[in-house]
Design a protein around this ligand. Sequence first.
Ligand code: SF4
Length: 231
Amino acid sequence: MRLKSRNAFAPGGFQFTQPETGWNAPKWQSFDVVVKELIKHRKGNPHLVKKHDWSLDYDTVANEIDEYNAVRCRNAGYFDFIAQDSPPSPKLFLSRFQAQKPAAAAAGSMKRVAAGIGALYEWLGSGANPVSKEKAESRAGTCVTCPMNGKGDWTRFFTGPAVEMIKKQLAIKHDLRLETSHDAELGVCEACMCQLTLKPWVPLETILHHTNDDMKKRLHPKCWILSESKQ
Ligand code: SF4
């Protein structure tokens, strides 16, 4: 997926966040300036260039910024600004999401945390194609009334690297403007340990890939994952 034009400002301008450092593109600058500023930022962090294999090549960085904004426009419904003749590249999200793939964890809740993060990791890594807003709203509406919706500070459910991974996932969610009207009331699913402002956007196939029988038994009987699986 790419922008129709690098000369026409999409709503919000040309944006980019480097999640590892929190760097944001300067506002309302030309595409060329944003590319050069990102390369400058990366060159100023040589140890991170090495660690994360960041590109410093102009054309490669330009493609990263192009695709980032194309996906942002798509998710916000600004279809006039994108050329949809190619699917999103998994590399884009993986390059921005440099946390390690969750390893198979020991047992119990740690295993569920790994599975929960893994579903979202796979989804982001495959281009983060979301379900429709209508479907995400409907799913979030079910979660919000579910007794498994663990409210309050979500970080209490996780420790260490898991917190960092979820923070990055939430930063990408924010960039992609994936929002439902229930976000403020959603916490963490105490059955599958997924962050519930993100999970309603994930296609069912990806979720099921990370949901074993044991996990299914933990879900609430009225869970949308179970009802959609039967359709
Ligand atoms: S069990 Fe299902 S419906 Fe309930 S909070 Fe978890 S994902 Fe949402």
